[in-house]
Write a protein that binds this ligand. Structure first.
Ligand code: M6R
Length: 598
């Protein structure tokens, strides 16, 4: 969480920093700030609230072409101006921005108090970092060395950028478990948490790894290892277009991304099918496949739901047992892994710390890690044994939509590849079927208007449709703030049906013929207790007419592919209920796109 930017160049830094922060707002947006050097002193400007709160009061001037900025997702202390970054050191010689958590900040404060550092203006864990660097800088007068000494004392996770008031020639930075990239320009260089922040300025990028340091000057960038020995780092060329990270005529990123799904799915799949045959070119999979006894999938949130559907399709087509674990709970199962295990990690960002920690445990146990990822060059990509990329393009809206359906595409391809079941033609049809599902938009919009004020919403399904219900419910919760729930329909009568009363709205998924009749019975049960039912189905059956108030019909697919199509009306439903409620869909409260704290 939190976005960091840094700029060292010729003109004033504040416009560059603010532009960079606007592209990182998806990482956190409860407050923001910038700091720049101004005739040998540090000017800090910050504000609680979204970035506009900062820009509306920003004073530009006296800037020496060097600055750092930050957009925050609060961990320690509420979203106030005082707690916003950057943070100045006690004697105002150093200013820092920090992403992550300094776990031993209280012990560090205690230690620093012996040296007269006892003034803190914020409740954050980060402010102590500024004091600590200043403490070391005062004796060495070497900013990189001071950062290094400070880091040696820190426990936790961090991406840090720091400036000194009397060093207009450099920005120093370090990372551990929080991403940092460096953008290379002509006579100017950039630092950021993610590529979109710098893409309008340069496409030449270097990635910093954990425990590495960077020193940015105007003419050169140096990278150092943990012991400050210099490292040569390759320069990568970013080939995607900044336009793909803009709204392109849609009101919100989320709506644009929902509509991009046919393209994203098509690109994810079609590149891997040559002359009608699927070819993933994954050596790891080929070498492990003959002796594979089980697969473990690990992920968080929406990616976890994609994993649940991945489990179903792999079990069905390949006949291998698959377990799916929430990454933050993985520690309890990692001890059972052996070198014969394949762990599949799923992540849009490739920076989710819970997922990263899980694969580190898995690799320590000797297991091999295959990751399904959207972001090329992400930390997970670099720490995995093999990667299967989704081609969703940048996903900016906090609610994951196109990343999810392309993750499903990746799982379908993995299952096909392991089973050799030859269903490539049906796989290729999915993008068009998702397009047809998007044609339900106007109907869904009307239903959303009718239900926007309803606080009692329940999603039901059986088997794979229950997993879709989980994802549908998460979408609605995170952007509409409705306390809804998802249930396996058969489990309802074991307690939760007590919640059903007149006015309860039930959204049900029926895409599997094996469970269709039982679902119809369950829907009749809730209707008998006053619930209204919206059924979403790819199947045709007369009995549903008596069990639902409204039916959304979707194109028929192979049944194990159906979750890719049935989630579409649910995404639209969450979207339009949220907009009916007047909420900020792209940046819902309390959330951040990339979750880099445990
Ligand atoms: O970047 P990741 O896919 O690893 O992120 C995992 C979850 O944080 C993410 O899917 C989250 O649940 C989404 N915001 C939900 O829409």
């Amino acid at each position: 969480m939190c976005g960091i930017v840094g700029y060292i160049g010729q003109g004033p830094s504040s416009p560059v920093l603010v532009e960079g922060l606007s592209k990182l707002a998806y990482r956190g947006y409860d407050s923001s700030g910038i700091a720049f050097l101004d005739n040998g002193s540090i000017t800090v400007q910050k504000a609680a609230g979204k970035l506009e709160k900062l820009t509306e009061r920003l004073i530009i001037g006296g800037d020496e072409g060097i600055g750092i900025g930050h957009t925050r997702w609060a961990t320690h202390g509420p979203a106030t101006t005082e707690n916003a970054h950057p943070h100045l050191s006690q004697h105002k010689q150093i200013v820092i921005v920090h992403n992550g958590i300094i776990e031993n900040h209280l012990a560090l404060k205690n230690e620093l108090s012996w040296f007269g550092y006892d003034t803190y203006l914020s409740e954050t864990d980060s402010e102590v970092v500024a004091h600590l660097i200043e403490h070391f800088y005062r004796s060495s007068h070497d900013l990189l060395e001071a950062l290094h000494q400070a880091v040696e004392k820190m426990e936790g996770s961090y991406a840090i950028a720091a400036l000194a008031a009397d060093r207009p020639q450099e920005i120093v930075a370090v990372r551990k478990n929080s991403p940092l990239i460096i953008g290379l320009g002509e006579g100017e260089n950039f630092l950021a948490s993610d590529v979109p922040a710098i893409l309008s300025r340069t496409r030449r990028v270097m990635y910093l790894n954990d425990d590495e340091y960077a020193r940015l000057g105007r003419e050169k960038v140096e990278i150092f290892a943990r012991d400050l020995s210099p490292i040569d780092r390759e320069v990568c060329q970013i080939d995607w277009d900044i336009k793909t990270a803009e709204k392109g005529g849609y009101d919100t990123f989320t709506l644009k991304e929902i509509h991009e799904q046919p393209r994203a799915i098509r690109e994810t799949i079609s590149h891997r099918i040559k002359q009608g045959r699927l070819s993933l070119e994954l050596e790891l999979l080929e070498s492990m496949a003959p002796s594979l006894q089980r697969i473990t999938i690990v992920a968080c949130g929406t990616a976890y739901h994609a994993g649940l559907i991945g489990k179903t399709v792999i079990e069905e087509l390949v006949g291998l047992p698959v377990q799916v674990e929430i990454a933050s709970e993985f520690w309890s199962v990692a001890r059972f892994l052996t070198p014969a295990d394949l762990v599949i990690a799923v992540s849009q960002s490739g920076e989710t710390i819970d997922t990263l920690q899980a694969i580190r445990l898995a690799r320590r146990a000797g297991a091999k890690v295959l990751s399904i990822l959207n972001v090329v060059g992400s930390t997970l990509a670099r720490e995995s044994d093999a990667v299967l990329y989704t081609w969703a393009g940048p996903e900016i809206g906090v609610a994951s939509t196109k990343a999810y359906t392309t993750q499903l595409a990746a799982f379908f391809m993995l299952a096909l590849s392991l089973s050799g079941s030859g269903q490539e033609a049906e796989l290729l049809e999915l993008a068009d079927q998702v397009d047809q599902a998007l044609a339900t938009e106007e109907t869904i919009r009307r239903i959303a208007r009718e239900q926007a004020a309803n606080e009692k919403i329940m999603f039901l399904g059986r088997g794979v449709d229950y997993y879709t219900a989980l994802e549908a419910s998460l979408k609605l919760k995170e952007i509409s703030y409705i306390n809804c729930l998802a249930m396996p329909a058969g489990e309802l009568k074991h307690g939760t049906i007590a919640l059903v009363e007149p006015g309860t709205w039930v959204v049900a998924f029926l895409t599997q013929s094996q469970t269709y009749d039982k679902m119809v019975s369950n829907l009749k049960e809730v209707r008998a207790r006053g619930a209204k039912v919206l059924a979403i189905t790819c199947l045709s059956g007369d009995s549903l007419a008596d069990a639902a108030d409204e039916i959304i019909h979707l194109p028929k697919t192979l049944e194990h592919y159906a979750p890719m199509v049935s989630i579409i009306p649910a995404q639209l439903l969450a979207y339009y209920i949220a907009t009916e409620r007047g909420l900020d869909v792209d940046q819902p409260r309390n959330l951040a796109k990339s979750v880099t704290v445990e």
